[in-house]
Design a protein around this ligand. Structure first.
Ligand SMILES: Nc1ncnc2c1ncn2[C@@H]1O[C@H](COP(=O)(O)OP(=O)(O)OP(=O)(O)O)[C@@H](O)[C@H]1O
Ligand SMILES: O=C(O)c1ccc[n+]([C@@H]2O[C@H](COP(=O)([O-])O)[C@@H](O)[C@H]2O)c1
Length: 211
């Protein structure tokens, strides 16, 4: 039996899971995390730093480097950062959720993502199973509001959508349930930061700009 390290939790707690490549992490991630805590009324958020998005051709920077940068950017008393997926050797969210729920019975997990991910959610492995396992909170992202709302996942689960003004109810709903919230938007993206040279592939120390 391998020894799994997870952040602390208690049965009954509501924990939002923000999975991401975080290559690099940026203030946009921190911003949506604070918004999710507030708008969904969550006790905590865990950042799941992914070993690599299965839909992205290029692998990310090494895990240790992304974990360290994530801890520098998101220093918040109600946020934990974990390499759980690397520990259980998966890159697939459905597998992550199944394992987490088995390890932490009684915790109410909510999957969090930016609107760009809702747009392509139907390409994720076992995406319907994900929708039917945990409530999903979707946060507005510039340029993706319309495509997210007209996505296949949004259409298939239209009947399970909670209006944004009722976002606090999401954690009380059994899956399938999802909620799109309009939050003040951040234009930041990891792609933009990599292109601007703030996250060179080979260096050890770097500072991603805030804003
Ligand atoms: N500025 C933002 N606004 C809203 N959601 C965001 C923003 N940046 C990232 N996210 C969301 O955070 C999660 C993790 O994102 P990720 O680590 O891929 O960063 P990214 O900036 O989207 O990276 P990349 O440009 O490499 O795709 C995803 O669900 C993504 O949609
Ligand atoms: O499970 C899948 O098939 C799947 C496909 C694409 C993305 N994901 C997850 O979605 C999260 C966001 O990915 P990213 O690269 O946009 O930060 C991250 O946790 C990925 O592991 C998961």
């Amino acid at each position: 039996m391998i020894d799994i390290r997870l952040p602390p939790s208690r049965p009954g707690q509501t924990i939002g899971l923000l999975g991401g490549s975080f290559d690099p992490p940026h203030e946009g991630h921190a911003h949506i995390t604070r918004e999710a805590l507030k708008r969904f009324g969550l006790d905590r958020v865990w950042w799941l730093v992914s070993p690599g998005n299965p839909l992205k051709a290029e692998g990310p920077a090494p895990m240790a480097r992304r974990m360290a940068a994530a801890r520098r950017i998101m220093d918040h008393p109600r946020v934990d950062i974990t390499d759980f997926e690397a520990q259980i050797e998966t890159r697939y969210t459905a597998q992550t959720l199944e394992t987490l729920i088995a390890l932490r019975p009684g915790v109410r997990f909510v999957w969090l993502m930016g609107a760009d991910n809702l747009h392509q959610f139907h390409r994720w492995q076992d995406w319907r199973k994900i929708m039917e396992t945990v409530p999903v909170g979707v946060l507005a992202r510039p340029g993706t509001r319309t495509s997210a709302r007209s996505s296949k996942a949004a259409k298939v689960y239209d009947g399970a959508r909670l209006p944004g003004k009722r976002s606090h109810e999401l954690i009380h709903h059994a899956a399938p349930a999802w909620c799109f919230i309009n939050v003040p938007m951040s234009t930041l993206s990891s792609t933009q930061l990599r292109k601007a040279g703030h996250w060179p592939k080979s260096s050890g120390e770097e500072a991603a700009p805030q804003g």
